[in-house]
Design a protein around this ligand. Structure first.
Ligand SMILES: Cc1cc2nc3c(=O)[nH]c(=O)nc-3n(C[C@H](O)[C@H](O)[C@H](O)COP(=O)(O)OP(=O)(O)OC[C@H]3O[C@@H](n4cnc5c(N)ncnc54)[C@H](O)[C@@H]3O)c2cc1C
Length: 255
């Protein structure tokens, strides 16, 4: 609707509202498979609160930062994936949790890891006629969080964002960055470095490890300068976000 209002897009025939399809509005938890499957029409307001917030805390945290109450009541995870903006707040969390997008179309159903679904700036892997029906998100034991920098505290599109997931069972670190590249970026070098430097029982680590983690995250970013920020500020701030998340994990892990 924003693109239509701005004259960037004209619907050729009709606009189809999918927000009253019950299958898209529901979600289910599979405790055996340790996943939550969230219908594409589930709103941020639903993701922000229990029981979903306890299962997927970083997604709840990201949802709380989206727009205003009106936007959170109307906006959905399916719409965030459909838009596929590198600034979409749900997307770094889905990437760090290695979620899978469930797609239905004229030739049947398919599933795609979110890292393969997001192709570039507002580009995704949907083909004509395909609909996102859900996203399946692993429930991870450990700490997870989301952080965002914008030009003000609320109602703001991210200048830089990051989601950190510490999987205490598998002893893996996953970090995904928003707004600092053409699409959401993972940082394999930073992930390996922090995983090697963490005390996995307490999730604590040294200042030197956290400092280096931030540097590696900044190096992995590929930002541009635009009307919201400079590339330099984005590169710097995403490293700061990564360091803060690592420190928050330590506090959260010990709690
Ligand atoms: C004032 C304002 C503030 C905003 N603030 C934020 C913010 O802080 N963070 C943020 O991330 N976003 C923000 N947004 C953008 C937007 O609200 C979100 O991206 C939201 O997730 C879009 O969801 P929706 O259901 O409204 O999708 P729509 O706007 O209805 O659709 C968005 C795109 O996705 C496609 N789409 C929707 N559902 C599906 C589906 N099931 N399958 C396939 N394609 C689909 C549509 O065709 C369209 O191209 C803001 C928007 C506004 C207007």
């Amino acid at each position: 609707m924003v693109e239509i209002n701005d004259g960037h897009r004209r619907p050729e025939t009709a606009v189809v509202a999918v927000n009253r399809i019950p299958e898209l509005r529901s979600w289910r938890h599979d405790p055996v498979g340790a996943t939550v499957t969230i219908g594409a029409g589930v709103t941020y307001s639903e993701l922000m609160v229990d029981p979903l917030a306890s299962l997927l805390p970083a997604l709840a945290e990201a949802s709380r930062t989206v727009g205003s109450p009106q936007i959170r009541n109307a906006g959905t995870l399916g719409g965030n994936l459909g838009t596929c903006s590198p600034a979409g707040d749900g997307l770094p969390v889905l990437a760090a949790l290695e979620a899978v997008v469930e797609i239905a179309g004229p030739s049947g159903r398919r599933s795609l890891p979110v890292g393969e679904f997001m192709l570039g700036v507002k580009q995704n892997a949907l083909t004509p006629g395909e609909l996102i029906i859900a996203v399946t998100v692993p429930v991870v034991g450990g700490w997870q969080g989301y952080a965002k920098v914008g030009v003000r505290n609320a109602m703001v599109i991210a200048v830089a964002s990051a989601a950190l997931v510490l999987d205490q069972t598998r002893r893996t670190v996953r970090i995904a960055l928003g707004s600092v590249g053409p699409t959401v970026l993972r940082c394999p070098d930073a992930e390996a470095q922090l995983a090697g430097g963490l005390d996995w029982a307490s999730l604590s680590t040294s200042d030197a490890v956290v400092q280096r983690f931030g540097e590696l995250v900044s190096e992995a970013s590929s930002p541009i300068t635009d009307h919201r920020s400079t590339a330099d500020y984005r590169r710097h701030s995403v490293g700061v976000l990564a360091r803060r998340l690592a420190r928050r994990a330590e506090v959260g892990g010990a709690a």
